[in-house]
Design a protein around this ligand. Structure first.
Ligand SMILES: *Cc1c(COP(=O)(O)O)cnc(C)c1O
Length: 382
């Protein structure tokens, strides 16, 4: 076994000199928030994914909250999502008073299974929140067909999938609204940050007012002076700062390089593990091009995941597990969700292990991860 000299995280930002300069320039400018960098970042991101609009938020969770507001989710409404995601994908429904319905995943892609979505639709279903888990887009054509048939809104959680492709199209125009997160582990970072992209004018207007207290400046009549504004909805202060947006602009210049490196690393892992029966590598659909936010393996059931996890951590390799099924959390349990709800998701979770993947990883580090892991699992030779 070879121990890495320093702890290596499963995911990490890549900040270079031009990012630092971009932030400093904004710090020296008159406006630290509500200035020109927000619109610049929004326009650049919308152009990159090919959407009409983009609305930046202070984080991805706030952005999802905004999307649920724009979709009109309220008490009594049901929204279907996957259990194999970060809790925020489901929590945003609860913020609006709605009910979360979990649909099981596809055992091959670990993404929500459209057939399972359809089984869970009722007269109260209002929206679907598919998640592009690990960066591989969900089966959006099939999900959109189901949504159309039942008149549902689709909010894609693309926290993992900025720059990923589905049937040759970039994530960002495949759903009614799509969220991207800019937390440091995500494809690009603004420290904290998120965005919703959409082609829909009505959603766009609602998102704008929601992130800024529900205030509208447009509706004042001519008898009022220029100071006048109206608060027409109960919004929040969910704005991103210009400092963050400046970092976002600079990071977005490099997104393709980041993706290229992530794809290279994923290929190295896949090549190394494909002949190892104890390691199940992540299946990719041929019409998706993942952004590889996460590299997930599943360990054969004869291998102790806990043992491998602890041994890898002791070698300074920051393995992780994504994700504990959302409804297993005590908060969801006390709402009445029981274990056993989504058996394929639960089975996946029991065997899953996250390997480090991020643009700053060096080939030598990847080799150490590969060699150690193979050596460890082979002590369980099946
Ligand atoms: C990170 C993440 C979020 C939340 O984004 P934040 O910017 O951290 O609030 C939502 N969904 C998924 C799948 C995520 O990975």
């Amino acid at each position: 076994m070879k121990k890495l000299p320093e702890y290596l995280s499963y995911g990490q930002q890549r900040i270079e000199e031009e990012d630092i300069q971009a932030v400093i320039n904004t710090l020296r400018s008159p406006l630290l928030t509500q200035g020109p960098k927000i619109a610049e970042f929004e326009q650049k991101l919308a152009d990159y994914v090919g959407s009409k609009y983009a609305v930046a938020f202070c984080n991805g969770t706030a952005a999802l909250h905004g999307a649920c507001f724009a979709a009109g989710i309220s008490e009594g409404d049901e929204v279907i999502t996957t259990p194999i995601t970060f809790a925020a994908s489901a929590n945003c429904v609860l913020y609006m008073g709605g009910t979360v319905v979990f649909a099981d995943i596809d055992a091959n892609t670990y993404n929500i299974n459209p057939l399972e979505i359809e089984k869970r639709i009722t007269s109260r279903t209002k929206a679907i929140i598919p998640v592009d888990f690990t960066g591989q887009p969900a089966d959006m054509d099939t999900i959109n067909k189901v949504a159309k048939r039942h008149n549902l809104i689709v909010i894609e959680d693309g926290a993992h999938s900025l720059g990923a492709e589905y049937k040759g199209r970039k994530v960002g125009t495949l759903a009614d609204m799509t969220m991207f997160s800019f937390h440091p582990v995500k494809p690009i970072t603004t420290a904290e940050g998120g965005i919703i992209v959409t082609n829909n004018d009505d959603f766009y207007q609602k998102l704008l007012t929601f992130r800024s207290h529900g205030i509208e400046k447009t509706s004042y009549s001519s008898e009022q002076g220029d100071w006048y504004y109206e608060m027409t909805n109960l919004g929040f202060n969910y704005r991103m700062t210009d400092i963050q947006a400046a970092l976002g602009v600079s990071q977005l210049n490099k997104v393709e390089h980041f993706l290229e490196r992530r794809r290279e690393i994923a290929k190295m892992y896949c090549e190394a593990f494909k002949e190892i029966p104890e390691i199940i590598i992540p299946n990719q659909l041929k019409d998706t091009n993942s952004g590889w936010h996460l590299y997930m393996i599943q360990l054969d059931k004869k291998v102790s995941r806990k043992d491998i996890f602890e041994k890898m951590r002791s070698l300074n390799i920051g393995v992780h597990v994504h994700y504990i099924p959302v409804y297993w959390h005590p908060y969801y349990h006390q709402l009445g969700y029981e274990k056993g709800l989504c058996p394929i998701a639960e089975n996946y979770y029991e065997k899953a292990l996250t390997l480090p993947i991020h643009p700053g990883l060096k080939d030598e580090e990847i080799q150490v991860i590969i060699t150690n892991l193979i050596e460890l699992v082979e002590t369980y030779k099946i």
